[in-house]
Design a protein around this ligand. Structure first.
Ligand code: GCU
Length: 441
């Protein structure tokens, strides 16, 4: 399976110019001539760097020092001073502000405890509905082991595919999905196809599985904010303000609403819910867990640039690639694009995003051949983030060198680089389940 919905990510040229950036987001909101000028900055770029020897030296913003120069040496200092400061910068400069205006949310439970997976699981399905926009709904599929005698810990997976494409059995809540390519709704079964999430592995080990389709939260195309949950907060497809949220902010928000639902589901132990997502959805689960401490354990899978990989390291995808006006700028706050050609000025980097998850168990999964996502960049971000886990007395990797493929490094902050590319592998599931056994059983 490839997790990428990008036909050939490596064909996207990398941006590099030494000119000082103008305010990119200002250009986005201006007229067409300016848009053309802006786009030209992304044209004719040198190829993506995948040569370790060509990585230039860089300096990361300090993790354990406040903007006032105070060094943080206690969990109190971290929680009270530094963590909120970093959250604010991630909000302003990368993901945008998550709205907090109150909205009405209903949980419509469609069925409960129906036999599933040939009898080994019980199935519950719900729709999270928003009366203010009555055609919006987030479908939630919950599976728990049939022999469970109380609430179980679970894996909540944010999927690229609607439930029916992960589990094709009668009674699944089948409806419309979004085609990013057509920018239109299509029947669920016509959504972009990847390998299904391996539900049974979790059920067999005594865990619940909760599946949510990302398109129900936010359709994955530019101006998707006129269609997704962003509509509830005024998203209308017009150019966004500099710090307005984008797709990743919306996907993360949706996951928190699913967590609200799970807190009311008697079959799930909401204090033991792990969260996973792949690729762009790996970026999204990082941001979801950063903002919402109810997620007990997090598995960003191949999250790469804008996720767990250091942006200052010029290897694989860059912020310029991500925020190219013809690519994925709409996942982020418009302001992030201002750093496309000036990454050293970005007040945050991936180690700071990761540190927001401390001290909760966190497992990074990368692929040895997934150069676009920069597995080394994720390892170095983990190493730079580990002081946050150490403050709480949690275990962190002692190794300093990048681990060999298929050699998991397991501590409370953990890393595995599977042998292979931008895809899921059996070892990923094995490591996730062992990690969940250690922390959630
Ligand atoms: C593209 C994009 C990546 C992203 C990936 C995915 O390759 O450049 O940043 O992670 O799509 O979500 O599959």
């Amino acid at each position: 399976m490839t997790a990428s919905t990008d036909p050939d990510p490596n064909s996207v040229s990398q941006a590099a110019t030494s000119e000082a950036p103008s305010s990119a987001s200002d250009a986005r909101v201006s007229d067409r001539d300016d848009d053309i000028t802006l786009q030209s900055r992304w044209d004719n770029q040198p190829p993506t760097n995948t040569d370790e020897a060509a990585v230039e030296p860089y300096e990361l913003p300090p993790l354990m020092q406040t903007s006032q120069g105070i060094s943080v040496e206690s969990t109190e200092g971290w929680e009270r001073l530094r963590r909120p400061e970093i959250m604010e910068r991630l909000t302003q400069f990368q993901f945008g502000r998550t709205p907090t205006a109150p909205i009405v949310v209903n949980y419509n439970v469609l069925e409960r405890g129906v036999e599933s997976l040939g009898g080994k699981a019980r199935r519950t399905q719900a729709r999270i509905e928003f009366p203010a926009e009555d055609d919006l709904r987030i479908r939630v599929l919950v599976l728990t082991p049939a022999d469970a005698d109380g609430p179980v810990p679970a894996m909540l997976h944010l999927s690229f595919m609607p439930a029916i494409m992960n589990l094709d059995e009668p009674g699944i809540d089948e409806d419309l999905a979004w085609s990013g390519e057509l920018e239109a709704q299509v029947p669920d079964r016509e959504a972009f196809k990847l390998s299904p999430f391996e539900i049974e592995r979790f059920i067999d080990r005594g865990y619940g599985v909760v599946l949510v389709y990302y398109g129900d939260i936010y359709p994955d195309f530019d101006h998707g904010n006129a269609e997704g949950v962003t509509r509830l907060f005024g998203g209308d497809g017009n150019p966004r303000t500099r710090e307005e949220w984008g797709g990743i902010g919306a996907w993360a928000w949706g996951l928190s609403r699913v967590m609200d639902y799970l807190e009311n589901d008697p079959d799930i132990d909401a204090e033991r819910v792990a969260l996973s997502g792949i690729s762009r959805l790996g970026k999204s689960v990082l941001w979801a867990s950063a903002q919402d401490k109810r997620f007990a354990l997090t598995v960003p899978w191949l999250s790469g640039e804008g996720g767990a990989a250091l942006s200052r390291r010029n290897y694989g995808e860059t912020i310029a690639d991500l925020t190219n006006p013809e690519r994925y700028h709409y996942w982020f706050a418009p302001r992030y694009q201002e750093f496309a050609f000036n990454v050293d000025a970005l007040p945050v980097d991936a180690h700071m995003l990761l540190a927001m998850l401390a001290p909760r168990p966190t497992l990074l999964i990368t692929g040895s051949e997934d150069t676009w996502s920069d597995p080394m960049g994720e390892w170095l971000a983990l190493k730079a983030a580990q002081p946050a886990w150490e403050l709480y007395g949690r275990s962190v990797p002692e190794e300093t060198e990048l681990p060999a493929p298929d050699q998991p490094i397991i501590s409370d902050l953990a890393y595995v680089m599977h042998d292979g590319g931008h895809t899921t592998k059996p070892i990923d599931y094995e490591v996730i389940l062992d990690f969940m056994d250690t922390h959630l059983k």
